[in-house]
Write a protein that binds this ligand. Structure first.
Ligand SMILES: Nc1nc2c(c(=O)[nH]1)N[C@H]1C(S)=C(S)[C@@H](COP(=O)(O)O)O[C@H]1N2
Ligand SMILES: [Mo]
Length: 252
């Protein structure tokens, strides 16, 4: 069977049984094809699984909307002040000269990159919408290097299934599957609206995942880990936010 006809078959199966009565059956089918998200436990399991499986099978590869420059929100909404994390404050005082982004896990060439080094990689600009789960949102232009470029550089293993990313703030970490990690709009950003990324928006480096709700765009990025399982990270739900009650998969 070709990949396309296999995908059609699975899509048909998952959606055909997706009425309320079919949730459990859809979950079982999704499980068989590795389409169960890491936070699918207890009463949320069928709903989370169905959302994720349907997105992966039907919405695969789609792009988040991009806007025109005159649609950029001015001023940008900032979710409070910059972090007071001591490591951040110290590094900021030195102009982030000592900030490092460590990239390891299932990679051939683990590395630790300075902000200056990351700025030399091929960059991309995009004007996208960031929506918080609390109801506010803003449009901004983001500049950064595609995560896929960094994964290429370090030689990420083809067996990898997820990319975990961590902030200098211990509670803020998240992960995406390889489809979102390799997505052309998923960027490690250092610029916003034509200037440097402001401290409150996550300087000096921030993961920007415009296909997902705001909390997946983790600020003050310090580490990226390539892995085939999320079990060894925190409570195994793939996300600090998921441990606080939000969904791991929250695609838009
Ligand atoms: N490190 C870190 N990343 C974070 C957060 C945070 O508090 N700390 N807040 C998240 C949430 S809930 C949202 S909605 C967005 C807000 O982005 P902004 O501060 O650029 O407006 O950042 C996300 N990334
Ligand atoms: Mo948020």
């Amino acid at each position: 069977m070709t990949a396309l006809s296999r995908r059609k078959l699975i899509t048909g199966g998952v959606t055909a049984v997706s009425g309320i009565a079919g949730l459990a059956a859809a979950s079982r089918l999704a499980a068989r094809y590795g389409l169960v998200p890491p936070d699918a436990t207890g009463i949320y399991a069928p709903g989370h699984t169905l959302t994720y499986a349907a997105q992966r099978l039907i919405g695969a590869g789609s792009l988040a909307r991009e806007f025109r420059r005159d649609q950029i929100s001015r001023p940008s909404y900032v979710n409070g002040k910059a972090t007071r994390n001591p490591g951040f404050v110290r590094s900021q005082a030195g102009g982030f000269a000592d900030w490092r982004l460590a990239v390891d896990g299932m990679v051939a060439r683990p590395g630790s990159f300075s902000v200056a080094e990351i700025r030399t990689y091929p960059s991309r600009n995009q004007i996208t919408h960031l929506a918080c789960e609390e109801g506010w949102s803003f449009i901004a232009e983001w500049t950064g290097v595609p995560l896929s470029h960094i994964l290429d550089r370090v030689g990420a293993s083809p067996q990898a299934r997820y990319v975990v990313y961590q902030s200098i703030e211990p509670n803020w970490w998240d992960s995406v599957d390889m489809e979102d990690a390799l997505h052309p709009q998923t960027l490690v950003t250092y610029g916003m609206n034509g200037g440097d990324l402001p401290a409150g928006h996550g300087a000096p480096l921030r993961m920007r995942v415009p296909r997902h709700i705001g909390y997946k765009s983790v600020k003050y990025l310090t580490r990226i880990v390539v892995t085939d399982s999320l079990k060894g990270f925190g409570k195994g739900m793939g996300s600090g936010a998921a441990e606080r009650g939000y969904s791991w998969y929250n695609g838009i």
